[in-house]
Write a protein that binds this ligand. Structure first.
Ligand SMILES: Nc1nc2c(ncn2[C@@H]2O[C@H](COP(=O)(O)OP(=O)(O)O)[C@@H](O)[C@H]2O)c(=O)[nH]1
Ligand SMILES: [Mg+2]
Length: 282
């Protein structure tokens, strides 16, 4: 805030009259988004009792909890076919790392996982995932650089089927020559996966770097339009990041946070838990 978001409010507003403009600015700056900020301000303004720092934190955390998912959303395999997870996002947000971390988490829960190296664009991307795959002992389907990612995902699906893998996780590229190109490529990956199983991909996770603030909301908006999104992976919550984007993305776009990344190691990853998240904002 996630981390320290409420402490910041307490420090700023304790022992003095609350300046509404300053409060609004503080909430907006934490990437909660304008609609969420307005919602909190409206509630505070409606209440006749004296406005204190504690009151602000109480109302804000109540509203945030209401917006965030009530339950931790687990990933369950299908009984007889691979569940396909597409990992998308712009460059450097942590897609490849999160792909490996997610595979590791699922493997630890006893699931079988296959990986697809569908970022054939960025130099070193395939090797990066290969190193992770070796470390977590997970089979990886890859191709040559500049190969068609849709074809790799297709092959990977066939391999996952043949091996009875419960999950197939496809890591994708973050940036091509231009944005339109990337979006077209992802749409093609989607189509190719749906030719193997009309319901695939079953999950499309957008990876956002929580330290990039409001930008993350724009990324979510664009990806939602092109690839469709079923969930959010918020990374770098260990950094100086604010994590407020998790709330604005849920509130404004209806995309629920599913996982959090809190470091560079495999273990620094977990299912999203609203209570824990809000506690960490304190
Ligand atoms: N501190 C921190 N670093 C992360 C986290 N997730 C990824 N990274 C780092 O971010 C950088 C980019 O990650 P990468 O997975 O290559 O991003 P991609 O371009 O989206 O595939 C790497 O140095 C990762 O170690 C996280 O949760 N916390
Ligand atoms: Mg990558």
């Amino acid at each position: 805030m996630a981390f320290g978001f409420f402490k910041n409010i307490i420090q700023k507003f304790t022992g003095r009259a609350v300046d509404w403009d300053e409060l609004e600015e503080t909430l907006i700056r934490s990437d909660l988004g304008v609609p969420m900020t307005m919602r909190i301000l409206k509630l505070l303004q409606e209440r006749p009792d004296k406005l204190t720092a504690e009151r602000i934190v109480e109302v804000a955390s109540e509203e945030i909890i209401k917006v965030l998912p009530r339950d931790v959303s687990m990933l369950r395999p299908f009984p007889s076919k691979p569940k396909v997870i597409l990992v998308v996002g712009v460059n450097g947000t942590g897609k490849t790392t999160s792909t490996a971390k997610l595979a590791y988490l699922l493997k630890k829960k006893g699931h079988s996982v296959l990986l697809a190296a569908a970022d054939t664009f960025r130099a070193g991307a395939i090797e990066q995932l290969e190193i992770w795959a070796q470390r977590i002992d997970c089979e990886l389907i890859k191709g040559q650089y500049n190969a068609d990612p849709a074809a790799i995902c297709h092959d990977a699906y066939r391999a996952a089927e043949a091996r009875n893998a419960e999950f197939l996780i496809c890591d994708t590229a973050g940036r091509l020559h231009n944005k339109a190109n990337l979006m077209q490529e992802l749409a093609k990956v989607r189509r190719s996966l749906s030719r193997t199983d009309v319901t695939a991909p079953h999950e499309v996770f957008l990876v956002v770097d929580a330290t990039t603030g409001g930008n993350a909301l724009n990324q979510a908006r664009e990806f939602k339009e092109v690839t469709g999104l079923t969930g959010l992976i918020a990374t770098k919550l260990d950094g100086s990041g604010k994590g407020g984007c998790v709330i604005s993305i849920q509130h404004e776009l209806g995309i629920a946070p599913r996982f959090t990344g809190t470091g560079e190691k495999l273990e620094d990853f977990d299912f999203f838990d609203s209570r824990r998240f809000v506690e960490q904002m304190l």
